[in-house]
Design a protein around this ligand. Structure first.
Ligand SMILES: NC(=O)c1ccc[n+]([C@@H]2O[C@H](COP(=O)([O-])OP(=O)(O)OC[C@H]3O[C@@H](n4cnc5c(N)ncnc54)[C@H](OP(=O)(O)O)[C@@H]3O)[C@@H](O)[C@H]2O)c1
Length: 236
């Protein structure tokens, strides 16, 4: 099947890396369903893409809301009848600047996990069945080097825990879906100039989106259950 008939959902895609992933996937010919938790911000992103000659579909999605996730699943079934690519991009970094685990509030961990872990968990549970129907799927989880156990350090403890948990989801789901045609991988986009990355980050959103787009369009014999940066495997 050509890329042009493929349907891709990108979460948290109204700005930052998610918007750029949407742009690049649409330019490759996929039908992208750009999603955002704010309809106003989402519509503005869709218009900005259209002004650049890039056409995408749109649906509201708050990844913390099971009702919102169910509504998206119903929309995909009714409107498109399939799903080929899910990019779990939406994320938050809620740790206060300079935060340390010993001083961190449990609520910061709960709120962070709600978006960065339970969001992707509930999305794959709702949407993987649509992929299974066609024996094809690419699930890409936007993780971070801050979630690497092999390089664990001080600072942003809630964010680190959430990204390590997301990596466990990647490994477990990849094993569970082995042989179904659905490939599941984690990506670290590097340190990218966005709201989360801040103004001093060295990478552009174009650079940050590249490996996620590559994983979203892997050939059938591509890897599954891996963690990648710059299209190369990195340690967990
Ligand atoms: N930038 C980096 O250096 C870096 C490094 C490693 C990993 N990452 C990861 O890359 C991903 C994209 O981050 P970014 O740098 O592009 O940050 P960003 O510009 O802050 O974008 C984050 C996006 O997630 C959305 N979002 C947050 N909570 C949501 C929810 N409950 N439901 C739906 N959308 C929600 C935000 O929407 P609103 O506009 O409504 O807030 C925004 O569109 C994140 O998972 C992040 O952890 C980034």
């Amino acid at each position: 099947m050509a890329d042009a008939s493929r349907i891709a959902v990108v979460t948290g895609a109204n700005h930052g890396i998610g918007l750029e992933i949407s742009r690049q996937l649409a330019r490759r010919g996929l039908m992208v369903v750009l999603t955002s938790r704010s309809a106003t911000k989402g519509r503005a992103a869709v218009k900005a893409l259209r002004d650049d000659g890039v056409v995408v579909d749109y649906h509201l999605l708050d990844v913390r809301s099971p009702v919102s996730i169910r509504a998206l699943a119903a929309y995909l079934s009714e409107r498109h009848g399939r799903l080929d690519v899910l990019v779990n991009n939406a994320g938050v970094l809620l740790d206060p600047r300079g935060s340390r685990l010993l001083d961190a509030k449990p609520k910061t961990f709960r709120d962070t996990l709600e978006t960065n872990f339970f969001g992707p968990l509930q999305l794959v549970q709702a949407l993987a069945p649509l992929m299974k129907k066609n024996g094809y799927g690419r699930i890409v989880n936007l993780s971070s080097g801050l979630g690497q156990l092999s390089d664990m350090g001080v600072g942003t403890p809630a964010y680190r825990v959430s990204k390590t948990a997301l990596n466990v989801l990647t490994r477990t789901l990849a094993a569970e879906l082995n042989g179904t045609g659905i490939l599941v991988n984690s990506v670290c986009p590097g340190w990218v100039k966005t709201d989360i990355g801040g103004p001093n980050a060295p990478r552009t959103v174009e650079q940050g989106a590249d490996t996620a787009v590559w994983l979203a369009t892997l050939p059938d014999d591509g890897p599954s259950g891996g963690f990648f940066r710059d299209r190369k495997p990195i340690p967990w």
